[in-house]
Design a protein around this ligand. Structure first.
Ligand code: ATP
Ligand code: MG
Length: 786
């Protein structure tokens, strides 16, 4: 029998792992040893041996990784059967299953998924309703506690009665968290919503309490594969154990040295436990690294061997020795940023690299700023993963809140967000009143608005509420027959959302308008994606769209993965990825290892594993940098180099100092004599010239792909500054009416064209003599009747 082509090139243990079809299989392996490759090939091998894709469940760490796996399996097999795989993150796969099963747990099938912001906002409401102080019971702190509890399978009742948990909360002087947890869980349920943690917890509950469901999925998932197993938490572990119990065909791959999520409840005990959970576990170790140079592997090994708790294994490579690791000291974080940008530019010229060959990694999100600034200044395209992403921007969240409310009118968070945006005269007081009524009647806020008259609302407020409800109902009828994009466009039109942003001609307003256009583009693209052929109903509805965007992980928010840009991300986000050239910044005591982690061996060892993950992302070149001082929390802080740097043997390092402080150039951060530094200082171009002659100029920047119907960015409007009259005293908004001449403190004299928005929040359109027409919110403006 001839060997299948996909086995060629695999080493012996890799081959064994791929071709072991039945029984529990544990693959423990070092970084870059082909774990993910083995998992992918194994899926292809199962399918090549007659296993139906419908019977395979593969769990990955990001949806992007799942997508890549699917594509590779398709490529190996030369068909598109991989479409039928159940493959994705724990959260996305379980959300998909729960859509069909949620009614068994009392949730509507169209339940909303709350992201972190939503959860915190619900928590804030609940905390206030319990008459607790949200300054002390900070929603993010409370949320972390609840999240940890859920991931450890501790429900509200158990939380309230667990002695140790209660002791901990007492010590933190937050004894009421148990109460908040219970109220929060009840509120989410009432709102028909699950938070991220619920997607796991409810899946577990489903399998535990509904034997028909357990049987169904146990039967279905004959083969289960899990990547990055070291980072699964107890609830994930329990779910997979339940699912695998019937067939016991479960294959997990992990590296204990890369376990970096214990703060989220992940525990490497899972790896150790695996061998006890099943009989006859086959253990495969992969120790040959195919990713990195020998020098990078040696450095990584030297550092990680300082950790006590680890499964012994050796990582080696046949790859070339490669260059020494560059250890770079800079004066400040800004110098560090400049150094990175300069070096990228130089490497592109000298060594033919492209932007996408570079990644800049850091311990905390806030560190991205100095790198961003320098890259921007040098005109190097870059992309940030994490941080404030597209979907966290206000205008996007507002727009999506409308879509969410249309799909699920119980979604109180969405409703509160947009009930008076754009302004429609439903003020804060009216909203608070409606919330109280909803609580009293144990009904939803939307229902209170729906029966606003019966609930005692009158006049303009009543009218505004009725109009609002009618509008949402109208969108719902649209939703019945239209796809997500068509509904979304109508929402933009009828709510005046798009127009309102379009009319705001400030630079920020324009950016917001463009973002909303970009959102509509992306919805359109999604609705036009090729149909799913896995036998399920083709679903391009608004509900289905919302589900997939809420589940995007940070790494998935990269809307153009092929774009040639430098990637910036935290080390956590870099897990599983590889790049030719890697910079790791901020390797300083208190930052990395983080100040919070230096008090216990466990935490310090986790930081060291994080460092190991960072170093092992690099294929060819690695720069490690640290600054003598950096701005943190608003002031300049002096730092010692990280202890991890001392753990690396000098013989593998090439130490340099890159700028800052005493040098007299204009601060490009690169004064170790490099040609590029000289070029930057305008002192000579010879080396760079030579490089350009040899390799040609760096590639031209790609033209922006902005759709043509977006307006060109106009210069920010100039305001003709006005010096207010000596007797300037703001007038009462109630006294103002169309036709009056008014004086605005900043925009000067003008005439009121009309007043809209109702008595609570009147908005005047005013034609100013020198500053054109503007909409002014009278409640906030410094304006007087002349
Ligand atoms: P990590 O621990 O970072 O998740 P990993 O163990 O999952 O890494 P992979 O990403 O699967 O490793 O593989 C690392 C690199 O090595 C990839 O570029 C992969 O294509 C390559 N590789 C793995 N096995 C082989 C092999 N047998 N021959 C050639 N290249 C290989
Ligand atoms: Mg991997």
């Amino acid at each position: 029998m001839t060997e299948p082509h996909y086995l060629k090139g695999l080493n012996e243990p890799q081959r064994e792992a791929v071709t072991t079809i039945n029984g529990p299989l544990l693959i423990i392996a070092g970084a870059g040893s082909g774990k993910t490759k083995v998992l992918t090939t194994r899926i292809a091998h199962l399918m090549a041996n007659g296993v139906d894709a419908f019977n395979i469940l593969a769990l990955t760490f990001t949806n992007k990784a799942a997508q890549e796996m699917k594509e590779r399996v398709e490529k190996i097999l030369g068909n598109n059967d991989a479409r039928n795989l159940y493959i994705g993150t724990f959260h996305s796969v379980f959300a998909r299953i729960l859509r069909g099963e949620a009614h068994k747990l009392g949730y509507p099938a169209n339940f909303t998924i709350y992201d972190t912001d939503d959860s915190r906002s619900v928590l804030k409401t609940v905390i206030n309703e319990l008459n607790l102080d949200d300054k002390h019971y900070k929603p993010n702190i409370v949320h972390n506690r609840i999240s940890a509890a859920k991931n450890a399978l501790v429900g509200p009742a158990e939380y309230a009665t667990d002695y140790y948990i209660q002791q901990e909360d007492m010590r933190a002087n937050r004894p009421a968290i148990a109460q908040i947890y219970a109220a929060y869980a009840a509120r989410c349920f009432k709102n028909g919503a699950m938070d991220f943690d619920d997607l796991l917890l409810k899946m577990y509950e489903l399998l535990k309490t509904h034997h028909d469901a357990l049987h169904k999925y146990q039967t279905k998932f004959k083969y289960i594969l899990i990547d990055e197993y070291q980072d699964t938490n107890p609830v994930q572990y329990q779910i997979t154990k339940l699912l695998a119990a019937m067939h016991e065909n479960i294959c997990v791959v992990g590296d204990d040295a890369q376990s970096i999520y214990s703060f989220r409840g992940a525990t490497i005990e899972n790896i150790l436990q695996f061998q006890k959970d099943y009989d006859d576990v086959k253990l495969v170790k992969l120790e040959q690294n195919y990713r990195s140079t020998d020098t990078i592997i040696k450095v990584a090994n030297e550092v990680i061997k300082n950790n006590k708790g680890q499964i012994p294994k050796l990582l080696w490579t046949e790859n070339a020795t490669g260059e020494k690791i560059k250890l770079v000291r800079t004066m400040t974080d800004n110098d560090e940023g400049k150094f990175v940008a300069d070096t990228i530019q130089e490497q592109k010229l000298r060594n033919h690299y492209e932007n996408k060959d570079f990644a800049v990694l850091y311990r905390t999100n806030a560190q991205s700023r100095s790198f961003e600034e320098s890259l921007r200044r040098m005109g190097i395209p870059y992309k940030i993963y994490g941080g404030l992403s597209f979907y966290q921007r206000k205008e996007i969240k507002d727009y999506i809140a409308y879509l969410r409310l249309i799909v699920n009118t119980k979604d109180e968070e969405a409703l509160k967000r947009i009930i008076n945006y754009p302004v429609r005269g439903i003020g804060k007081t009216s909203l608070e009143k409606a919330v109280i009524i909803a609580n009293e009647q144990n009904t939803t806020l939307f229902e209170v608005l729906q029966s606003a008259a019966a609930n005692g609302f009158k006049g303009a407020t009543l009218e505004a509420m009725q109009n609002f409800v009618t509008m949402i109902r109208y969108f719902q009828t649209l939703m019945a027959t239209n796809n997500a994009y068509d509904v979304a466009v109508q929402v933009g039109k009828h709510t005046n959302l798009v127009k309102e942003l379009f009319n705001d001609k400030t630079t920020e307003g324009l950016a917001r308008y463009e973002n909303v256009q970009e959102l509509l583009n992306s919805i359109k693209e999604w609705t036009e994606m090729p149909d799913n052929e896995d036998g399920e109903m083709v679903d391009k509805s608004l509900g289905s769209y919302l589900q997939q965007i809420t589940l995007l992980t940070d790494a998935d928010k990269d809307n153009d993965p092929d774009a040639d840009s430098v990637k910036l991300m935290t080390i956590h986000a870099a897990k599983g990825l590889e790049f030719k050239c890697v910079f790791v910044g901020g390797i300083e005591e208190t930052l990395f290892p983080n100040a919070m982690s230096i008090n216990s061996r466990e935490e310090l060892e986790e930081e060291r594993r994080l460092f190991y993950v960072a170093v092992t992302r690099a294929k060819e070149k690695l720069w490690l940098s640290y600054a003598n001082a950096r701005y943190r929390f608003g002031s300049l802080v002096q730092n010692e180099p990280s202890r991890f740097l001392e753990e690396m043997p000098d013989s593998l390092l090439d130490k340099t100092y890159a700028g800052g402080g005493a040098r007299n150039n204009a601060g490009n951060g690169f004064n170790n004599g490099s040609a590029f530094a000289r070029m930057q200082r305008g002192m000579g171009y010879s080396d760079v010239d030579a490089a350009e002659k040899k390799y040609g100029p760096p590639p031209a920047k790609k033209a922006s792909s902005k759709p043509s119907y977006m307006p060109a960015t106009p210069p920010p409007p100039k305001v003709v500054e006005h010096i207010p009259s000596a007797n300037f005293e703001p007038s009462d908004p109630h006294d103002m009416e169309a036709g009056q001449t008014v004086e605005h403190q900043k925009f000067g004299f003008g005439k009121i064209v009309k007043i809209e928005g109702g008595a609570h929040n009147p908005i005047a359109t005013i034609q100013f003599q020198h500053n054109g027409e503007k909409k002014i919110m009278l409640n906030y403006a410094k304006i007087r009747i002349v």
